[in-house]
Design a protein around this ligand. Structure first.
Ligand code: ANZ
Ligand code: ZN
Length: 859
């Protein structure tokens, strides 16, 4: 075995594993299962280093669990619908289906040399009718169950991509892909009722104890549960009133105004008769729609001239504003403002000269003095305290005052306590071609009717054109014209397709029975394999995909598809891959391949040795040219080296720096491992031989270290500390290399320790370990070999460091078993190189042993 032939070796073992069906998963109720899944890739065209990291991490888990005796499911598929395919069609005239399928071919071939332990027989692609037809059936079931519905609503419209975006896809007021400022439009859309599960999704977060804390927190905030009250304020001189949502009903006595959103029905009504208000509403419509935009924009209002009555104070009325910081789709779209205790209200009050009335004072403050100061302040006080100047609430703490205020409002019939969620229903309609058709038909006489189940799937037509903006399905000459399944009259197909997060919300379940044709899932298979035991992916999916999937699983449960609620028992989010950036003198970016390092370490342009400015390490991105093509690395260094460097550099949750020095270092280690196995400096004895009963101290120490490494690496792999696992394996490798071939029992211990290195490292660098396992004489494959078992006896710390002296002078230390005998201690001490030099050819007169402390050699 020679490291120089790594390519043949890696390819050889990949086919050997495939031929032996090592990674084929079959339901086996007798064995414990383990389902490992990496977030499936979008077939963009080529794999990138982020993929390599993601799938390497998952593969380590899959191989480790398989060795531990689990029945492992580790599948792979393609998240194949989506916009880039349509953009390619527009820009390059290639059909989205062709573009996508070609990319899948290319990327599958790019993944293959990584040696991933995947059951390729389960490969799925979401753009194929065999996949999306089940999705159409699910949607019809959701409609029946009231979990999907249609409503007219304000939507985020991406003017570049001509489609609706979910709130989650709007980042800082811009489309998450196009980067174009989002516009507001009113459209009729399909929604999934995720809000029906808001409380359940929130409560269950506490059960996700193998999820990163930050993801759980992000989901908690996204669901955004607030307890508070709806309070109705009667309008003076009108029959109706304004209903507000507040989380601070305890501050009602400090109210100085009410405000409604620019999209509130009252604002729209008044604007019809007030041109200045109409102008103000138009100005608000141009403002960004995201919460962040609204948070940071200057607070502006329009005084409607209307007034409302204070619910608790008979003689008090408050002005009503239309304000740009009130969102229509949260609470009731209206608020009461209490400037003393809310910063936005404070900013607003100071701008429009409204009263600031302090009604909560900290417990340790003098209420009068505090109130006087706070009334004049520019900073709201939102802390805890006791109610003051608040009639029947006076003296109560914030929590009690909230409860008392709600009780009184309910008694008065002016409102009620409510729980409010920030979470909105999920709008799933997209005006795009390359997605799953929504199986509905619009009939003028019957309304919206579902496509009968026996007519599924509704196939995407292939013959579409992209020469006009908008949805090609809508432009198609015939596709949308169908007969109404109810009355038979001419009707129109729904031309919207699903948001592509629809497909990724259930693919993990489809992997359990990817070929079942009549049903989405074989029930026995999903019952056996789900939940996913370990999911691995990017933290960018913390709310979108991961929350949708949690909801979808519940919706499928409700419709009888499966019997669980949480799809992912364990989640790991990996860090990004970064690389130094390079710029030429003229400021243009240079790629890592364009530069080279001179003998004195200077980075210069490879073509002409012109000076290069080296920038800090940043996330690999095409715009800064600091990407490294995985295919080039796999070709030049092999999968094992790439995997090893990915794992060894830093903890997997952190961002890592890719460097050529790092990948070279990984290669060197592999070469060394190959030498240790193929050119051992001693006779390692036969395969399968037991270790001799007695070992010399050096061999004994290596045996002990080997057992410790087994325990340590196992623990590291369980806890995703892959970099520590690599470090331990390397240490053990060093110890194997350092073993004195002449030591008593060296041969068999050398074999034992080296084989252990291979077994422990196999999940990380599977090819070289498999090959060397064969080199060491094994007939069976390492991929089929169980995980090593250590003996606890070797883990207890009964080694001591003993000082070694020659003629009373300190010459070094040796590690000895506790209470080592005179012979053992003397042999170990005399083997120290420093001692050998000191003794030279002088006769040893005496060896004095102070047990467990000192060996003193007298010459
Ligand atoms: C009066 C009040 C007094 C408020 C006070 C806060 C502090 P969270 O925690 O996010 O649920 N609010 C209600 N609906 C709103 C809307 N559609 N747009 C903008 N703001 C809205 O926030 C709830 C608080 O945000 C509510 O409680 C309301 O202001 C405001 F000292 O009511 B509060
Ligand atoms: Zn009809």
């Amino acid at each position: 075995e020679d490291r120089s032939s790594f390519k043949e070796t890696e390819a050889y073992w990949q086919s050997a594993w495939a031929e032996a069906g090592c990674f084929r998963a079959t339901v086996d109720p007798e064995r414990p299962k383990y389902y490992v899944l990496e977030m499936f890739p979008y077939p963009s065209g080529r794999i990138h280093m982020g993929h390599v990291r993601n799938y390497t991490l998952g593969d380590v888990v899959a191989r480790f669990k398989r060795a531990q005796g689990f029945n492992v499911l580790h599948p792979m598929g393609w998240d194949a619908f989506g916009l880039p395919a349509e953009n390619a069609a527009i820009q390059r005239g290639v059909h989205p289906g062709e573009w996508t399928r070609r990319n899948i071919e290319v990327m599958r071939e790019q993944f293959r040399p990584m040696g991933l332990s995947i059951d390729w027989e389960r490969e799925i692609s979401t753009c194929e009718p065999g996949y999306y037809k089940h999705e159409q059936k699910m949607f019809l079931d959701f409609v029946k169950a009231g979990l999907a519905y249609r409503k007219e609503s304000w939507v985020n419209w991406d003017p570049v991509e001509h489609t609706v975006l979910a709130n989650e896809q709007v980042i800082d007021g811009k489309g998450w892909r196009s980067g174009a400022p989002v516009e507001r439009r009113k459209l009729s859309q399909w929604f999934l009722r995720i809000t029906a599960y808001a409380q359940e999704l929130l409560d269950a977060i506490t059960t996700l104890d193998r999820w990163p804390e930050k993801v759980r927190l992000m989901q908690t905030n996204w669901i955004g549960r607030s307890e508070g009250a709806r309070v109705r304020f009667a309008l003076v001189g009108r029959e109706d009133g304004i209903e507000v949502f507040t989380t601070r009903p305890d501050t009602l006595f400090g109210a100085s105004f009410c405000a409604v959103s620019a999209n509130h029905p009252l604002a729209i009504e008044l604007a019809a008769a007030t041109p200045a208000l109409a102008d103000f509403l138009a100005e608000c419509a141009r403002m960004g729609t995201s919460e962040a935009d609204i948070e940071t924009a200057e607070k502006k209002g329009f005084d409607t001239g209307l007034r409302v009555r204070h619910p608790f104070l008979d003689d008090v009325t408050l002005p009503v504003y239309v304000a740009n910081f009130v969102l229509m789709d949260y609470g009731t779209g209206a608020i009461f403002g209490c400037p003393a205790h809310d910063q936005r209200d404070m900013d607003f009050a100071r701008k429009y000269g409204l009263a600031v009335t302090t009604v909560v004072a900290p417990r340790d403050a003098d209420p009068e003095a505090f109130a006087a100061e706070q009334d004049a302040s520019l900073t709201a006080f939102s802390g805890d305290g006791v109610a003051i100047r608040s009639g029947f609430l006076n003296g109560l703490g914030v929590a009690e005052a909230k409860a008392a205020a709600i009780r009184r409002i309910e008694e008065m019939g002016q409102g009620e306590g409510v729980v409010q969620f920030r979470l909105r229903d999920w709008g799933v309609s997209r005006q795009r071609y390359w997605g799953c058709p929504i199986p509905m038909i619009h009939c003028e006489s019957c309304g919206i009717v579902p496509v009968p189940e026996d007519q599924l799937p509704v196939l995407l037509p292939d013959d579409v054109t992209f020469d006009k903006p908008g949805n090609p399905l809508d432009h198609h000459p015939t596709w949308k014209h169908v007969d109404c399944p109810v009355c038979g009259r001419p009707a129109r197909r729904e031309t919207d397709t699903f948001d592509t997060f629809f497909e990724s919300s259930w693919y993990f379940a489809r992997f359990c029975s990817p070929h079942s044709d009549t049903v989405a899932f074989d029930r026995a298979a999903v019952d056996y394999w789900l939940p996913v035991d370990q999911y691995v992916g990017g933290v960018e999916h913390a709310v979108l995909h991961l929350l949708y999937s949690r909801f979808f699983t519940r919706a499928l449960r409700e419709c009888g598809y499966l019997g669980l609620s949480e799809p992912f028992a364990g989640l790991f989010t990996q860090g990004m891959i970064c690389h130094e950036t390079y710029r030429a003198a003229d400021g243009t970016w240079l790629s890592p391949e364009d530069v080279t390092r001179t003998a004195d370490g200077l980075v210069v342009r490879a073509s002409d040795t012109a000076p290069v400015t080296v920038g800090r390490s940043e996330k690999m991105s095409k715009s800064k040219l600091n990407t490294v093509d995985p295919t080039v690395i796999l070709d030049s260094h092999g999968a094992d080296a790439a995997r090893l460097f990915m794992l060894s550099d830093c903890p997997p949750e952190r961002d890592m720096d890719w460097s050529s020095a790092g990948i070279d270092g990984a290669s060197r280690y592999l070469a060394r491992l190959v030498r240790l196995a193929s050119q051992p400096p001693l006779d390692p004895g036969p395969v399968g031989a037991d270790l001799p009963a007695t070992l010399g101290p050096a061999a004994e120490a290596l045996r002990r270290q080997t057992h410790r490494t087994m325990a340590g690496v196992t623990d590291d792999l369980e806890k995703f500390r892959f970099n520590n696992a690599v470090a331990r394996v390397r240490e053990l490798t060093n110890a194997v290399a350092a073993l004195d071939p002449a030591a008593e029992g060296a041969g068999p211990v050398y074999r034992f320790a080296l084989e252990t290195v291979l077994r422990l490292a196999a999940p990380m660098i599977p090819h070289v370990c498999e090959a060397l396992w064969r080199t060491l004489g094994h007939a069976t494959m390492l991929a089929e070999t169980p995980w090593p078992v250590w003996s606890e006896a070797f883990l207890v710390d009964d080694v001591v460091k003993v000082a070694v002296q020659v003629n009373g002078k300190m010459r070094g230390t040796v590690e000895l078993p506790l209470d080592a005998s005179q012979e053992v201690a003397e042999a170990a001490a005399r083997a120290l190189p420093t001692v050998v030099v000191q003794i030279a050819d002088k006769p040893v007169r005496k060896v004095i042993l102070v047990p467990n402390r000192i060996v003193n050699i007298i010459v």
